[in-house]
Design a protein around this ligand. Structure first.
Ligand code: FAD
Length: 294
Protein backbone atom coordinates (compact mmCIF):
# COMPACT_ATOMS: atom_id res chain seq x y z
CA UNK A 1 0.00 0.00 0.00
CA UNK A 2 1.17 3.52 -0.70
CA UNK A 3 1.80 5.71 2.34
CA UNK A 4 0.07 8.67 0.73
CA UNK A 5 -3.23 6.72 0.71
CA UNK A 6 -2.85 6.20 4.47
CA UNK A 7 -1.99 9.84 5.11
CA UNK A 8 -4.93 11.08 3.07
CA UNK A 9 -7.47 9.11 5.12
CA UNK A 10 -9.47 11.27 7.49
CA UNK A 11 -8.58 9.20 10.56
CA UNK A 12 -5.92 9.38 13.22
CA UNK A 13 -3.02 7.06 12.59
CA UNK A 14 0.40 6.27 14.00
CA UNK A 15 3.55 4.95 12.36
CA UNK A 16 6.88 3.77 13.76
CA UNK A 17 10.47 4.11 12.57
CA UNK A 18 13.09 1.42 13.20
CA UNK A 19 16.72 1.14 12.17
CA UNK A 20 18.60 -1.85 10.70
CA UNK A 21 21.38 -3.65 12.59
CA UNK A 22 24.80 -2.03 12.34
CA UNK A 23 26.55 -5.41 12.39
CA UNK A 24 25.68 -9.00 11.66
CA UNK A 25 25.85 -10.07 15.32
CA UNK A 26 22.88 -7.85 16.23
CA UNK A 27 20.77 -8.90 13.22
CA UNK A 28 18.58 -11.39 15.12
CA UNK A 29 17.85 -9.10 18.05
CA UNK A 30 16.96 -6.19 15.74
CA UNK A 31 14.74 -8.44 13.62
CA UNK A 32 12.95 -9.63 16.74
CA UNK A 33 12.46 -6.07 18.06
CA UNK A 34 11.08 -4.82 14.74
CA UNK A 35 8.71 -7.79 14.57
CA UNK A 36 7.38 -6.98 18.05
CA UNK A 37 6.69 -3.43 16.87
CA UNK A 38 5.06 -4.71 13.66
CA UNK A 39 2.71 -6.88 15.74
CA UNK A 40 1.12 -3.67 17.05
CA UNK A 41 -0.15 -3.18 13.48
CA UNK A 42 0.92 0.46 13.10
CA UNK A 43 -0.34 2.40 10.06
CA UNK A 44 3.08 1.89 8.47
CA UNK A 45 6.71 1.40 9.47
CA UNK A 46 9.86 2.97 8.11
CA UNK A 47 13.36 1.47 8.13
CA UNK A 48 16.32 3.85 8.03
CA UNK A 49 19.35 3.50 5.74
CA UNK A 50 22.97 3.68 6.84
CA UNK A 51 24.56 6.82 5.42
CA UNK A 52 27.60 4.99 4.07
CA UNK A 53 25.46 2.21 2.64
CA UNK A 54 27.09 -0.35 4.99
CA UNK A 55 23.74 -1.62 6.23
CA UNK A 56 21.90 -1.20 2.94
CA UNK A 57 20.96 -4.84 2.53
CA UNK A 58 19.72 -5.00 6.13
CA UNK A 59 17.30 -2.13 5.47
CA UNK A 60 15.68 -4.23 2.78
CA UNK A 61 15.80 -7.52 4.71
CA UNK A 62 14.24 -6.01 7.83
CA UNK A 63 11.70 -4.01 5.82
CA UNK A 64 10.63 -6.90 3.59
CA UNK A 65 10.22 -9.15 6.64
CA UNK A 66 7.91 -6.62 8.36
CA UNK A 67 5.87 -6.15 5.19
CA UNK A 68 5.57 -9.81 4.18
CA UNK A 69 5.15 -11.39 7.61
CA UNK A 70 2.92 -8.80 9.28
CA UNK A 71 1.30 -6.99 6.35
CA UNK A 72 2.49 -3.61 7.64
CA UNK A 73 2.99 -1.07 4.81
CA UNK A 74 6.68 -0.31 4.51
CA UNK A 75 8.68 2.83 3.84
CA UNK A 76 12.31 2.08 2.90
CA UNK A 77 14.76 4.94 3.47
CA UNK A 78 17.46 5.55 0.87
CA UNK A 79 20.34 8.03 0.90
CA UNK A 80 22.42 9.13 -2.09
CA UNK A 81 25.21 11.55 -1.16
CA UNK A 82 28.02 9.03 -0.81
CA UNK A 83 26.84 6.68 -3.56
CA UNK A 84 27.29 6.45 -7.30
CA UNK A 85 24.33 6.63 -9.71
CA UNK A 86 24.80 2.92 -10.46
CA UNK A 87 24.75 1.89 -6.80
CA UNK A 88 21.59 3.90 -6.16
CA UNK A 89 19.96 2.49 -9.29
CA UNK A 90 20.71 -1.06 -8.13
CA UNK A 91 19.29 -0.27 -4.69
CA UNK A 92 16.11 1.18 -6.22
CA UNK A 93 15.68 -1.97 -8.34
CA UNK A 94 16.14 -4.11 -5.22
CA UNK A 95 13.48 -2.09 -3.36
CA UNK A 96 11.11 -2.49 -6.29
CA UNK A 97 11.80 -6.23 -6.54
CA UNK A 98 11.09 -6.61 -2.82
CA UNK A 99 7.57 -5.32 -3.52
CA UNK A 100 8.13 -2.14 -1.47
CA UNK A 101 6.08 0.76 -2.79
CA UNK A 102 7.36 3.62 -0.64
CA UNK A 103 10.79 5.24 -0.48
CA UNK A 104 12.00 8.04 1.80
CA UNK A 105 14.40 9.94 -0.47
CA UNK A 106 17.27 11.40 1.53
CA UNK A 107 20.51 13.08 0.73
CA UNK A 108 22.24 11.80 3.88
CA UNK A 109 24.88 13.70 5.85
CA UNK A 110 27.99 14.59 3.89
CA UNK A 111 30.81 12.31 5.15
CA UNK A 112 33.85 14.16 6.55
CA UNK A 113 36.16 12.75 3.88
CA UNK A 114 33.96 14.19 1.12
CA UNK A 115 33.58 17.69 2.52
CA UNK A 116 36.73 19.12 0.93
CA UNK A 117 36.52 17.17 -2.30
CA UNK A 118 35.57 18.58 -5.69
CA UNK A 119 31.75 18.72 -5.73
CA UNK A 120 31.63 18.57 -9.51
CA UNK A 121 32.72 14.92 -9.18
CA UNK A 122 29.81 13.99 -6.94
CA UNK A 123 26.94 12.04 -8.50
CA UNK A 124 24.44 13.65 -6.10
CA UNK A 125 24.38 16.94 -4.22
CA UNK A 126 20.84 17.18 -2.81
CA UNK A 127 17.89 14.89 -2.12
CA UNK A 128 15.79 16.34 -4.95
CA UNK A 129 18.10 14.57 -7.45
CA UNK A 130 17.19 11.22 -5.87
CA UNK A 131 13.52 12.22 -5.86
CA UNK A 132 13.71 12.83 -9.63
CA UNK A 133 15.36 9.44 -10.12
CA UNK A 134 12.68 7.66 -8.05
CA UNK A 135 9.88 9.38 -9.94
CA UNK A 136 11.15 7.92 -13.21
CA UNK A 137 8.51 6.26 -15.40
CA UNK A 138 9.99 2.79 -14.74
CA UNK A 139 8.91 2.96 -11.10
CA UNK A 140 5.67 3.69 -9.34
CA UNK A 141 6.91 4.73 -5.91
CA UNK A 142 5.27 6.91 -3.32
CA UNK A 143 8.18 9.18 -2.32
CA UNK A 144 8.73 10.83 1.06
CA UNK A 145 11.14 13.64 1.93
CA UNK A 146 12.69 14.97 5.14
CA UNK A 147 12.05 18.45 6.52
CA UNK A 148 13.27 20.48 9.46
CA UNK A 149 10.97 22.64 11.63
CA UNK A 150 14.09 24.08 13.32
CA UNK A 151 15.98 24.56 10.01
CA UNK A 152 18.49 22.13 8.50
CA UNK A 153 21.95 22.88 10.01
CA UNK A 154 23.47 23.67 6.58
CA UNK A 155 20.87 26.33 5.76
CA UNK A 156 21.65 29.96 6.48
CA UNK A 157 18.04 30.70 7.40
CA UNK A 158 14.54 29.23 7.36
CA UNK A 159 13.42 31.09 4.24
CA UNK A 160 16.21 29.47 2.18
CA UNK A 161 15.53 26.06 3.72
CA UNK A 162 11.82 26.26 2.86
CA UNK A 163 12.61 27.46 -0.68
CA UNK A 164 14.84 24.41 -1.18
CA UNK A 165 12.21 22.18 0.39
CA UNK A 166 9.55 23.51 -1.98
CA UNK A 167 11.84 22.65 -4.93
CA UNK A 168 12.30 19.13 -3.54
CA UNK A 169 8.53 18.69 -3.21
CA UNK A 170 8.05 20.03 -6.74
CA UNK A 171 10.51 17.37 -7.96
CA UNK A 172 7.96 14.75 -6.89
CA UNK A 173 7.81 14.31 -3.09
CA UNK A 174 4.38 12.97 -2.05
CA UNK A 175 4.70 13.64 1.68
CA UNK A 176 7.16 15.02 4.23
CA UNK A 177 8.29 13.77 7.63
CA UNK A 178 9.87 16.17 10.09
CA UNK A 179 12.99 15.94 12.15
CA UNK A 180 12.07 15.23 15.79
CA UNK A 181 10.31 18.03 17.67
CA UNK A 182 9.79 18.22 21.40
CA UNK A 183 7.65 21.35 21.26
CA UNK A 184 4.54 21.09 19.08
CA UNK A 185 4.34 24.85 18.60
CA UNK A 186 7.53 24.67 16.51
CA UNK A 187 5.78 22.17 14.27
CA UNK A 188 2.59 24.23 13.96
CA UNK A 189 4.57 27.40 13.09
CA UNK A 190 6.60 25.48 10.52
CA UNK A 191 3.49 23.94 8.95
CA UNK A 192 1.95 27.39 8.64
CA UNK A 193 5.06 28.67 6.83
CA UNK A 194 5.11 25.67 4.49
CA UNK A 195 1.47 26.21 3.52
CA UNK A 196 2.21 29.90 2.99
CA UNK A 197 5.12 28.93 0.70
CA UNK A 198 2.80 26.73 -1.37
CA UNK A 199 3.90 23.33 0.00
CA UNK A 200 0.62 21.41 0.01
CA UNK A 201 1.66 17.76 0.58
CA UNK A 202 0.97 16.07 3.96
CA UNK A 203 3.58 16.88 6.62
CA UNK A 204 4.00 14.23 9.30
CA UNK A 205 5.52 15.33 12.61
CA UNK A 206 8.30 13.09 13.97
CA UNK A 207 8.11 12.38 17.69
CA UNK A 208 11.06 10.92 19.58
CA UNK A 209 10.16 9.38 22.94
CA UNK A 210 13.08 10.01 25.29
CA UNK A 211 12.98 7.12 27.72
CA UNK A 212 16.57 7.11 28.89
CA UNK A 213 18.50 10.02 30.39
CA UNK A 214 21.58 9.27 28.27
CA UNK A 215 19.53 9.57 25.08
CA UNK A 216 18.98 13.31 25.60
CA UNK A 217 22.50 14.47 24.80
CA UNK A 218 22.68 12.29 21.69
CA UNK A 219 19.26 13.40 20.47
CA UNK A 220 20.20 17.10 20.79
CA UNK A 221 23.55 16.52 19.10
CA UNK A 222 21.97 14.72 16.17
CA UNK A 223 18.96 16.94 15.67
CA UNK A 224 19.77 20.26 17.34
CA UNK A 225 16.18 20.14 18.60
CA UNK A 226 14.91 22.67 21.13
CA UNK A 227 14.11 21.14 24.54
CA UNK A 228 11.25 22.90 26.35
CA UNK A 229 11.73 23.60 30.06
CA UNK A 230 8.97 21.09 30.94
CA UNK A 231 10.95 18.43 29.10
CA UNK A 232 14.26 19.37 30.76
CA UNK A 233 12.65 19.32 34.20
CA UNK A 234 11.32 15.83 33.53
CA UNK A 235 14.76 14.56 32.48
CA UNK A 236 16.44 16.27 35.47
CA UNK A 237 14.01 14.60 37.85
CA UNK A 238 13.79 11.10 36.37
CA UNK A 239 16.84 10.78 34.08
CA UNK A 240 18.84 8.63 36.49
CA UNK A 241 15.97 6.23 37.29
CA UNK A 242 15.47 4.00 34.22
CA UNK A 243 11.94 2.77 35.03
CA UNK A 244 10.67 6.21 36.01
CA UNK A 245 12.29 7.83 32.97
CA UNK A 246 10.74 5.28 30.64
CA UNK A 247 7.28 5.91 32.07
CA UNK A 248 7.74 9.69 31.99
CA UNK A 249 9.13 9.63 28.41
CA UNK A 250 6.22 7.56 27.13
CA UNK A 251 3.78 9.92 28.86
CA UNK A 252 5.49 13.01 27.39
CA UNK A 253 5.45 11.58 23.85
CA UNK A 254 1.82 10.48 24.26
CA UNK A 255 0.87 13.97 25.43
CA UNK A 256 2.57 15.52 22.39
CA UNK A 257 0.78 13.09 20.04
CA UNK A 258 -2.64 13.76 21.56
CA UNK A 259 -2.06 17.50 21.23
CA UNK A 260 -1.18 17.03 17.55
CA UNK A 261 -4.29 14.94 16.87
CA UNK A 262 -6.46 17.38 18.81
CA UNK A 263 -5.19 20.18 16.58
CA UNK A 264 -6.01 18.42 13.33
CA UNK A 265 -2.78 16.58 12.49
CA UNK A 266 -3.96 13.18 11.25
CA UNK A 267 -0.75 11.13 11.20
CA UNK A 268 2.18 11.06 13.61
CA UNK A 269 5.48 9.23 13.07
CA UNK A 270 7.28 7.91 16.16
CA UNK A 271 11.03 7.35 16.22
CA UNK A 272 10.64 4.13 18.15
CA UNK A 273 14.39 3.36 18.22
CA UNK A 274 13.80 -0.42 18.01
CA UNK A 275 12.15 -0.40 21.45
CA UNK A 276 8.97 -2.52 21.36
CA UNK A 277 8.08 -1.71 24.99
CA UNK A 278 8.17 2.02 24.26
CA UNK A 279 6.18 1.63 21.03
CA UNK A 280 3.63 -0.51 22.87
CA UNK A 281 3.45 1.94 25.78
CA UNK A 282 2.55 4.77 23.41
CA UNK A 283 0.21 2.63 21.33
CA UNK A 284 -1.67 1.38 24.40
CA UNK A 285 -2.20 4.97 25.54
CA UNK A 286 -3.94 5.77 22.25
CA UNK A 287 -6.14 2.71 21.60
CA UNK A 288 -9.42 4.63 21.87
CA UNK A 289 -8.09 7.47 19.71
CA UNK A 290 -6.38 5.71 16.80
CA UNK A 291 -8.61 5.11 13.81
CA UNK A 292 -11.10 7.76 15.00
CA UNK A 293 -12.49 9.95 12.24
CA UNK A 294 -11.79 13.65 12.25
P1 FAD B 1 18.25 17.87 1.32
O1 FAD B 1 16.79 17.96 1.14
O2 FAD B 1 19.08 17.74 0.09
O3 FAD B 1 18.70 19.16 2.15
C1 FAD B 1 20.02 19.26 2.70
C2 FAD B 1 20.43 20.72 2.80
O4 FAD B 1 20.66 21.24 1.48
C3 FAD B 1 19.39 21.64 3.42
O5 FAD B 1 20.06 22.64 4.15
C4 FAD B 1 18.67 22.23 2.23
O6 FAD B 1 18.08 23.50 2.50
C5 FAD B 1 19.82 22.35 1.23
N1 FAD B 1 19.37 22.24 -0.17
C6 FAD B 1 18.49 21.34 -0.66
N2 FAD B 1 18.34 21.51 -1.99
C7 FAD B 1 19.15 22.53 -2.33
C8 FAD B 1 19.44 23.19 -3.56
N3 FAD B 1 18.85 22.81 -4.70
N4 FAD B 1 20.34 24.21 -3.56
C9 FAD B 1 20.95 24.61 -2.41
N5 FAD B 1 20.69 24.03 -1.20
C10 FAD B 1 19.81 23.00 -1.18
N6 FAD B 1 19.97 10.00 7.33
C11 FAD B 1 20.45 8.78 6.98
O7 FAD B 1 21.65 8.63 6.75
N7 FAD B 1 19.62 7.68 6.88
C12 FAD B 1 18.28 7.78 7.12
O8 FAD B 1 17.55 6.78 7.01
C13 FAD B 1 17.74 9.06 7.49
N8 FAD B 1 16.41 9.21 7.71
C14 FAD B 1 15.92 10.46 8.00
C15 FAD B 1 14.53 10.63 8.18
C16 FAD B 1 14.00 11.88 8.50
C17 FAD B 1 12.51 12.03 8.67
C18 FAD B 1 14.87 13.00 8.66
C19 FAD B 1 14.30 14.34 9.05
C20 FAD B 1 16.24 12.85 8.46
C21 FAD B 1 16.78 11.59 8.13
N9 FAD B 1 18.15 11.42 7.90
C22 FAD B 1 18.64 10.17 7.58
C23 FAD B 1 19.09 12.55 8.03
C24 FAD B 1 19.35 13.29 6.69
O9 FAD B 1 19.99 12.41 5.79
C25 FAD B 1 20.22 14.50 6.98
O10 FAD B 1 19.51 15.44 7.76
C26 FAD B 1 20.86 15.18 5.77
O11 FAD B 1 21.84 16.12 6.23
C27 FAD B 1 19.90 15.96 4.86
O12 FAD B 1 19.13 15.11 4.13
P2 FAD B 1 17.89 15.70 3.27
O13 FAD B 1 17.34 14.57 2.52
O14 FAD B 1 16.98 16.46 4.14
O15 FAD B 1 18.68 16.70 2.28
Amino acid sequence: MKIIEILNKDEMSLSFEVFPPKKETSYDSVKEATEEIAKLKPSFMSVTYGAGGGTSSYTLDIGKNIKDKYGVPLLAHLTCISSSRDTVKAQIEAIKNAGIKNVMALRGDIPDDMKDSDRSNWDYHYAYELVEQLKNDDFDFCVGGACYPEVHPESANQADDIKNLKAKVDAGVDFLTTQMVFDNNLFFNFLYKLREAGVTVPVVPGIMPITNGNQVERAIKLSGAFMPQRFKTMVDKFGSDPDAMKQAGIAYATDQIIDLYANGITNVHVYSMNKPDVAKGIYDNLTSILGKKF
